[in-house]
Ligand binder design. Structure first.
Ligand code: RP5
Length: 170
């Protein structure tokens, strides 16, 4: 995977977002999907964010994931500059605990969509899974792996329930 052209861009507004956004990178790594991880702020580096969005499709990227906290405009700012699918991850990095970021990310004006996932680390993981699902629309092998992962998840819950029922009958 090293050296391969990235298919997914993971962006975040600040280095302080990295620990959470690495959860998205881990999922993509697990599936062997080439990706890049960048720090790029809608407010502090607006020109870089605009250039990234403008050039993303031409560089071969297929999906963008953008995490930001507070007045979280990164996902929206990227979506304004590309028609690639953009997935927004609201982050809990302010006294409002992510509610501000959630609203800022999800409330896009009609015509410029951002697919918004849950706040924080589980949202970051789901953002990567959603990016994989988008890539899997044109990749049968990847779709098969996602389906297998869902089946494994189902079996885990069923096994946990069986174990619980056995324990309660004792
Ligand atoms: C947002 O402000 C970033 O996405 C981060 O979540 C938050 C705080 O950034 P720092 O002040 O820690 O750089 O733009």
């Amino acid at each position: 995977m090293a050296g391969a052209k990235p298919l997914v861009g993971i962006l975040m507004g600040s280095e302080s977002d990295l620990a959470v956004m690495e959860e998205a990178a881990k999922v993509l790594q697990e599936y062997g999907v080439p990706h890049e991880v960048r720090i790029c702020s809608a407010h502090r580096t607006p020109e870089r964010a605009a250039a990234y969005a403008r050039e993303a499709a031409g560089r071969g990227l297929k999906v963008l994931i953008a995490g930001a906290g507070g007045a979280a405009h990164l996902a929206g700012a990227l979506a304004a500059g590309t028609v690639l699918p953009v997935i927004g991850v609201p982050l809990d990095s302010s006294p409002l605990q992510g509610l501000d970021a959630l609203l800022a990310t999800v409330q896009m004006p009609a015509g410029v969509p951002v697919a918004t996932v849950a706040v924080g680390a589980s949202g970051a993981r789901n953002a990567a899974l959603l990016a994989l699902a988008i890539l899997a629309t044109g990749d049968r092998a990847l779709r098969g792996r996602l389906e297998a992962a869902r089946r494994a998840m189902t079996e885990k819950v069923e096994a946990a329930d069986r174990a619980l029922q056995e324990k309660r009958q004792r």
